[in-house]
Design a protein around this ligand. Structure first.
Ligand code: ZN
Length: 355
């Protein structure tokens, strides 16, 4: 027998699931500037962002209402449903992997997958429109080319999740209010999840810079590795990651130099992946560079360390944070913002790979 309280909770859960499954499509202008993650997933617009117009434009208010509806649904579900008769959720401790798995599976089933297909369909429609009626620079007859394909990612950006389980990260990327995502999530157990097609733009890099590129989301694949930032990465996880990197490198012809970390492209703002990340092992397998410890030479007298960092790709507008990011990646045992003679030898050795 269910108590009246339990029956009420069941009714509430059913109402929530029903309203979610039958809600109107959330139409968002996914190619518009200012869409979450358009350049910086938290900092809004980028002036150089191309302006596209979606055929059935909806108002900002409608978008906001849709967003609130989904987020409210999620918040309501964050109450453990003990006594609801749903044993899977009742047996899961609050915020345990099984708790997140249950909630995320429910969101995926009822709203996330539908939202994904709506967004991709909207993107395809917008990309197929040429010339764009909003483009005032086009003032001649329309001729189409017949020779093209999709743009491809040319970088892989590696992250640690700083969360407690892969399930928590899958949840984080399944709801709109977080405004973050990645193409892949690699669990500690070696399970690799794909959340987004590689040709789509995930929101993982945020405000970042590498060389002259200031929109890393547009040219990269984002991989989130389940790790809290204060622990070594597990062997099954590293093996799965290497397999994934090999697949991406072959499929898109990504250069060895272009496998880098979030901290590399966002000095002073990000510190992932942590000092425990096995960059040398990746470099030995052809993903990113490492220095040759058996052949560390003294740099020339006129060696300019900041210029070398800049050549590699670091944003050196703040030299101290650039040095810290470099050391997090290549020195790992010490991340003070100062280059020792030994650090300079490492830097010179790495720099030669980029010449
Ligand atoms: Zn990151």
């Amino acid at each position: 027998m269910f108590s009246s309280k339990a029956l009420f909770r069941m009714a509430l859960l059913m109402a929530v699931l029903y309203s979610c499954g039958t809600s109107q499509p959330a139409r968002r202008n996914v190619l518009s500037p200012g869409a979450p993650g358009s350049v910086d997933n938290r900092s809004g617009k980028h002036p150089s962002q191309t302006v596209f117009t979606k055929p059935n434009q909806i108002t900002k208010r409608q978008q906001e209402e849709e967003r609130k509806k989904i987020n409210t649904t999620v918040e309501r579900r964050e109450e453990p449903a003990a006594g609801s008769g749903d044993t899977a959720l009742a047996n899961a401790s609050y915020k345990s992997p099984s708790y997140y798995k249950y909630i995320t599976d429910s969101i995926q089933r009822t709203s996330a997958k539908a939202s994904y297909y709506r967004s991709t369909e909207s993107l395809f429609k917008q990309m197929a429109v040429v010339p764009n009626p909003q483009n005032p620079a086009v003032n001649a007859q329309w001729y189409t080319t017949v020779n093209f394909d999709a743009r491809k990612p040319n970088f892989v950006i590696l992250h640690h999740t700083a969360q407690t389980s892969a399930e928590q990260t899958l949840f984080t990327f399944s709801i709109t209010r977080t405004g973050v995502s990645a193409h892949f999530v690699v669990g500690r157990d070696g399970l690799t999840y794909q959340m987004l097609n590689e040709y789509m733009r995930a929101w993982h890099a945020g405000k970042s810079r590498w060389g002259a590129i200031t929109d890393m989301n547009s040219c990269s694949i984002g991989i989130e590795i389940d790790n809290n930032g204060e622990e070594p990465f597990s062997e099954p996880q590293v093996e799965s990651l290497l397999k994934l990197l090999g697949y991406l490198k072959n499929k898109f012809g990504i250069p060895q130099a272009n496998f880098i970390g979030h901290a590399d492209i966002a000095p002073g703002r990000k510190d992932d992946p942590s000092k425990y990340f096995p960059w040398k092992r990746l470099a030995d397998a052809g993903f990113g560079y490492w220095y040759d410890s058996t052949n560390l030479q003294q740099p020339p007298a006129d060696f300019n360390a900041l210029l070398a960092l800049r050549v590699i790709g670091y944003d050196v507008s703040n030299p101290a944070t650039a040095i810290k990011s470099f050391k997090l990646h290549f020195v790992q045992t010490d991340t003070t913002p100062v280059l020792s003679d030994y650090d300079k030898k490492i830097l010179y050795n790495v720099y030669l790979n980029y010449m």
